[in-house]
Write a protein that binds this ligand. Structure first.
Ligand SMILES: [Fe+2]
Ligand SMILES: [Fe+2]
Length: 305
């Protein structure tokens, strides 16, 4: 496992929103419903290309965001991702109802501006309410409501770089389409030739379930919900931050048929997460009865976290 970071590197971002604001800046337009035009996949990180492929987004990113990605790409090793799964996926920390968990997450106070920035609960409701307005299925509205509950990892002392950030497969070559690819040079896995081949520790077409993505709130909330939501919703939860896949169409060689079938659903969810933030703030008190009823339709009264 990589060197444990000290306290001051745990929170380079003023708020978790800074990461999401960066993602919106990087992908200002929603992906068309039928997917993007096919792009030539790139395999592996090519250090020779780093200068020519240096993108404007890197120059434009806030220093806090840059530092966040530096830490994320440096410390998210294959061993780290696997160790965090062992640590958290026993779900032995708390038992809460889903609404209760959303309120618990809402305690996450950072240095965001309460006048302009959404609280965690507001973001969940806003995502879900837009799904509801668009007449999406009830399970998908609920998926929207729970999708970021995994950020409670921050309340348990996990550093920001181990909770949010675009996720990527560990244990195989990094894609150049992952933002700030040059920061991977500091990742210990980058020096391990076995972990830098196209398939790395995986088999061609093994399916994403067999792949250890960088650890974060997506994988965690997927496990919390996996007995309660349909597969389409579970894919949305588990891969909503996996931009190198659902946006950049990378890592096709690791996918199986099920992943390919589910990709349109992951894409269908993304605009609700990413582009619903500027609208009016939802009224949590007024909306609670609707969501309590919806939660009760799918989840037990207490869920293991
Ligand atoms: Fe998220
Ligand atoms: Fe979100």
């Amino acid at each position: 496992m990589s060197t444990a970071p000290t306290a001051d590197v745990n929170k380079p971002l003023k708020s978790l929103d800074e990461w999401e604001d960066f993602v919106v800046q990087h992908y200002p337009e929603p992906m068309p419903a039928d997917g993007a035009p096919k792009k030539k996949p790139t395999v592996g990180y090519d250090p020779e290309k780093k200068e020519t492929e240096f993108r404007n987004y890197e120059a434009d990113a806030r220093p806090t965001v840059r530092e966040f990605y530096r830490l994320n790409h440096t410390f998210q090793t294959h061993d780290f991702a696997r160790a965090k799964k062992k640590e958290f996926l026993g779900l032995n920390r708390m038992q809460m109802g889903i609404w209760e968990a959303a309120e618990y997450l809402n305690q996450l106070v950072d240095d965001s501006d309460p006048d302009t920035d959404m609280s965690q609960l507001e973001h969940l409701l806003q995502t879900a309410e837009q799904l509801r307005r668009d007449g999406q299925p009830r399970w998908m509205i609920l998926t929207g409501f729970v999708h970021d509950l995994g950020k409670i990892l921050c309340l348990w002392g996990e550093p920001q770089w181990a909770v949010v950030g675009d996720t990527f497969p560990t244990g195989c070559a990094y894609s150049n389409k992952i933002v700030f690819p040059k920061f991977f040079e500091a990742n210990p896995d980058f020096q391990n030739a076995k972990l830098q081949t196209r398939n790395g520790v995986y088999e061609e077409g093994c399916g994403l379930d067999a792949v250890d993505l960088s650890w974060g709130h997506d994988e965690y909330i997927y496990h919390v919900c996996k007995d309660y939501l349909p597969m389409e919703g579970l894919y949305m939860l588990r891969y909503h931050s996996f931009y190198p896949w659902h946006r950049e169409e990378e890592y096709g060689h690791l996918l199986n048929d099920q992943d390919r079938a589910m990709l349109p659903w992951v894409r269908r969810f993304n605009p609700y997460d990413l582009y619903t933030k500027s609208h009016t703030k939802p009224d949590a008190k007024a909306l609670r009865p609707f969501y309590e009823e919806l939660i009760a339709e799918f989840f037990p009264a207490k869920v293991r976290f």
